[in-house]
Design a protein around this ligand. Structure first.
Ligand code: ATP
Length: 699
């Protein structure tokens, strides 16, 4: 039951929230079901209390509180819709004003978040009697798109177990026959949402929890030019938030539950980062956030609807607490510590630091408080290492974000060069990748034909399968263009993702197995060791054609050779002597592993003096060795697969994931030892790691 401290009509939503906030967070108390009304039998003790700003200044913010918490400050939200305010009220106040942005090429995300059974589906999808936000938005878009300059398409997807499934099967007759009316939309939408494309892979269908999203694409032609603006509304019905441990007892599906929650935490981390105006937004933490990347951030606007169960529900308290914190945008909350305390049996809602309510049974420990401060002051790196959201990260998550908008733009707009999507460009706060979504976008006939026939389209209209490989990435998305079906179809991403997962795990082409990589690394270093001037003879070959020769000083320090061994062509060392300079040219990249001929030239002391090393100033007797070791070690970090990274002492699951993430941002994030500090290693740890490498090589 819910009670309100103020008349909802007295305060307009826009007046009680920060207009610069990128993600608005509003709550909605679900209405009672018939069964609940019956069982309540007139007993109306309110479980949810809503406090709204009012003119007398007695309350400045909108807060919701639960049960006997009503005397406390509660959880802050931008606004709270009451039980009696239906979807049309939310639509007219929250969503309608955003739709015009979509016609300007911006993207909008509408995300329903809350505990299981809190009314998310009812709000987004609606019922046959009561329209949900999706249908209301679609109707509005259709009305606004009436002139021929705009076209509308839809796609329906499901994010389940970190895979994205297309819910609109293009072979189905109703998908083929879609003509853009509301009843047609309803039919398609409900059928799509209830379809089970991934059934075969899901042993416990009844326990399936997934995120479902509808994307309404709007393509506008600007005047007489061929420039197209692509905007979209992404309406997401998230899987219900559930206490993973409690649920696992019931459903014996802890992993699944944790995975869903992990994606929810990842989403809230993104919202938090956006509202805090952090430089770096952690979109890559989950498939869900990558799906939503181009609807969140930049000029785009998003709305998170926290759906509240009107009857006592612990998960509703947790969900509200988490979402409310992401309003603040300052206090990094999704730490392991938080999650542990959160799931305690009897959580007590307390008021945390900075006035932020926290659903924990304990006061924040000093260490957690310190960590929160540390992370908020250092938003970009380090912090994510310890976030809950990273706990179940898989290698697949190192992939690029999905982006159907860019896929549509690059594939189907008439002139790739002139097509613009400002929202997309601005929203990307992490490096943009070119992997595209692969669920279908059902387009109307006129749009499809105009896109296909438009000048500049490089692909012939007869072409059935258009394979597009991004320049920078290795992903491939196939688009199936079928004139007769009147649909544009992206091949199902789920099919490819399996393969991609395997590729990423095995990494056959780009990264040999760990043993091979380590062997190479060791061999290279051994070769360098063997090739150091104190052990090898520099052949006195003269290359008369070569002038101005170069010494690769970071590999070999010119020293007087101690022992004289001839270097043959087989050694693949190209050592030349310039008669004028007597400098050496050493092409280290063609070094082949070679058993050192002389092993006794170096004493242990000569080999490595690492005892006093500082990070970034690794101190070895031979700077050649030092540099080559560091160089190869860093190169390994810059290129190894996740599994390989995990094989290195000091690098576990989280660090390996984080390294992959850094590599997505910059191809070579590790340029010197100091860069290892970015993955949370102390100078002492770096020293230890280098010692280990050195020890392994020369023990
Ligand atoms: N405003 C409302 N008025 C009446 N009944 C409602 C309202 N909102 C939701 N319900 C009912 O409450 C029940 C739960 O709603 P719904 O399925 O939308 O929850 P959910 O949050 O999507 O759950 P899940 O996480 O399991 O998907 C349904 O029977 C739905 O019809």
């Amino acid at each position: 039951m819910a009670s309100s401290a103020a008349d909802p009509d007295r305060v307009k939503p826009s007046s009680c929230s920060n207009p610069s906030r990128k993600v608005r967070i509003v709550a909605k108390i679900r209405g009672f079901t018939d069964q609940e009304t019956e069982s309540l039998n007139g007993d109306s003790a309110p479980w949810i209390s809503v406090r709204k700003p009012n003119e007398d200044g007695s309350a400045e913010k909108t807060t919701v509180s639960f049960g006997d918490q009503s005397t406390r400050n509660g959880y802050e939200v931008d606004y709270c819709y009451e039980q009696n305010e239906d979807n049309s009220v939310i639509f007219s106040r929250e969503i309608q004003p955003l739709i015009s942005r979509v016609f300007d090429g911006q993207n909008v995300g509408i995300i329903a978040f809350g505990a299981t059974g809190s009314g998310k589906t009812y709000t987004i999808q609606g019922t046959e009697e009561k329209q949900g936000l999706a249908a209301l938005a679609f109707a509005e878009v259709l009305t606004m798109a009436e002139d021929n300059q705009k076209s509308v398409a839809i796609s329906l997807y499901e994010v389940f177990q970190d895979h994205v499934y297309d819910l609109l099967d293009p072979t189905r007759s109703e998908v083929q026959a879609f003509v853009k009316s509301i009843p047609e939309f309803h039919k398609l939408y409900f059928a799509g949402c209830n379809s089970r494309r991934a059934t075969k892979q899901v042993p416990f269908e009844k326990q399936r929890r997934s995120h479902k999203g509808l994307i309404i694409h709007i393509i506008c032609t600007q005047g007489c030019s061929s420039t197209k603006l692509l905007g979209k509304i992404n309406l997401v019905d998230l899987a219900g938030y559930e206490d993973a441990r409690r649920k696992s007892v019931e459903s014996l599906n802890l992993f699944d539950s944790s995975r869903v929650n992990k994606s929810l935490y990842a989403l809230l981390n993104v919202v938090n980062a956006l509202n805090a105006n952090e430089n770096r937004v952690p979109y890559r933490e989950s498939r869900l956030t990558r799906m939503l990347q181009d609807s969140l951030g930049g000029r785009n606007r998003a709305l998170v609807l926290i759906c509240l169960n009107p009857l006592s529900c612990q998960d509703t308290i947790y969900a509200t607490s988490l979402a409310s914190r992401s309003l603040q945008g300052v206090n990094r909350v999704f730490t392991n510590t938080t999650m542990k305390t959160k799931t305690s049996a009897k959580p007590m809602v307390t008021k945390g630091r900075l006035g932020i309510a926290s659903a924990t049974s304990k006061k924040p420990t000093s260490s957690r408080a310190q960590f929160s401060e540390k992370t908020s002051s250092c938003p970009a790196k380090g912090r994510k290492l310890f976030d809950k959201g990273n706990q179940f990260m898989t290698s697949e998550q190192a992939k690029a974000p999905s982006n159907i908008a860019s896929a549509m733009q690059s594939r189907f707009l008439p002139d790739v060069g002139s097509a613009t999507e400002p929202s997309l460009q601005e929203s990307v706060q992490e490096p943009e990748d070119s992997v595209s979504d692969s669920f279908p976008a059902t387009l109307p006939t006129d749009e499809e034909s105009s896109l296909r026939n438009a000048p500049g389209d490089a692909k012939p209209t007869e072409e059935k399968d258009v394979h597009l490989c991004s320049e920078n990435k290795h992903s491939e998305v196939a688009a199936n263009v079928d004139r007769n079906q009147k649909t544009l179809t992206y091949l199902e991403e789920g099919d490819n993702m399996e393969k991609e997962n395997k590729i990423l795990l095995i990494n056959k082409d780009e990264s040999p197995p760990l043993s091979a990589r380590l062997r190479d690394l060791t061999n290279n270093l051994k070769s360098l060791y063997a090739a150091t001037p104190i052990q090898m003879k520099i052949a006195n070959e003269t290359d008369t054609s070569s002038r101005g020769l170069v010494v690769s000083t970071d590999i070999v320090e010119p020293k007087t050779p101690v022992t004289q061994h001839a270097i043959t062509a087989k050694d693949k060392w190209e050592v030349t002597t310039d008669t004028s300079s007597h400098d050496l040219v050493v092409y280290t990249d063609i070094v082949e592993p070679k058993t050192p001929v002389t092993q006794n030239a170096l004493t242990a002391k000569d080999k490595w003096e690492v005892a006093n090393c500082q990070s970034g100033t690794f101190n070895a007797r031979s700077s050649g060795f030092k540099h080559s070791l560091v160089h190869d070690y860093l190169r390994f970090l810059n290129s190894a697969s996740k599994e390989e990274l995990k094989g290195i002492r000091g690098i576990g699951e989280k660090r390996a994931s984080y390294i992959l993430e850094l590599r997505e941002e910059s191809p070579e994030p590790f340029k010197n030892l100091d860069d290892l500090k970015d993955i949370g290693l102390s100078a002492k740890q770096i020293k230890g790691m280098m010692k280990n490498v050195a020890g392994e090589l020369f023990s």
